[in-house]
Design a protein around this ligand. Structure first.
Ligand code: MD6
Ligand code: FE
Length: 201
């Protein structure tokens, strides 16, 4: 594992997952997506370019009413499948907290998908970190400040990298500027998956 990187307070752990662990986690996430199909979320600002699904007690959903956590899939009405053990193991290794996450958001980036600068602030207690796992194609991850605007710093997140957004960095603005298509062969059909784990309560 390469040394840890501090990106404006966000801890990046390059190569936290080796190639075998990435393949196993991807298989677990495919099973999640069979139980809870990916949807194309729509926000007040229009459709997002990523597709999303969730695992755990609560899933993150958005529609014209806004963002929130829900116990059921927005289209099937079924409860979300459990968070895979392979994913929980990463949280337990890096989060630094004793509580397990109750939400696992899975974002799928296909051609041209990206994510605008945002804060993760729909949770009830910002004392808990957000842990993020990258699989597949490399993505340019930009981190700014708690306030809007100002300086930013960027890093290419690669398959198997983990990022921890906690402490003073828990509410920093961040986003994905672009994904480098074809930079990984992990996902059939190409693209990138990002998994974020949260304690929502
Ligand atoms: C992504 N990540 O990597 C988007 N949020 O595709 C996030 O929005 C994110 O990486 C909170 C904490 C870490 C993250
Ligand atoms: Fe985020």
């Amino acid at each position: 594992m390469a040394p840890e990187i501090d990106l404006r307070g966000v801890r990046v752990l390059p190569g936290h997952l080796d190639a075998d662990a990435q393949v196993r986690m991807l298989a677990d996430l495919r099973a999640v997506a069979r139980a809870a199909p990916f949807v194309r979320p729509v926000t007040r600002r229009g459709p997002m370019s990523v597709r999303t699904t969730s695992a755990g007690r609560l899933g993150w959903v958005t529609d014209r009413r806004g963002y929130r956590y829900e116990a059921r899939h927005p289209e099937t009405g079924a409860p979300w499948p459990p968070i895979p053990e392979s994913v929980l193991a990463v949280w337990r290794a890096v989060s630094g907290v004793e509580v397990d996450p109750d939400s696992c958001l899975v974002n799928l980036y296909r051609e041209g998908a990206k994510m605008g600068m945002h804060q993760d602030r729909d949770e009830g207690d910002f004392g808990y970190p957000v842990v993020s796992i990258s699989l597949g194609d490399e993505a340019l991850f930009r981190v700014g400040s708690v306030e809007r605007g100002g300086r930013t710093a960027s890093i290419w997140l690669r398959s198997g990298d983990v990022a921890v957004m906690g402490g003073a960095a828990r509410l920093v603005h961040h986003g994905i500027d672009r994904v480098r298509e074809g930079s990984s062969t992990l996902l059939e059909g190409g693209g990138r998956i990002n998994v974020t784990l949260r304690v929502v309560r």
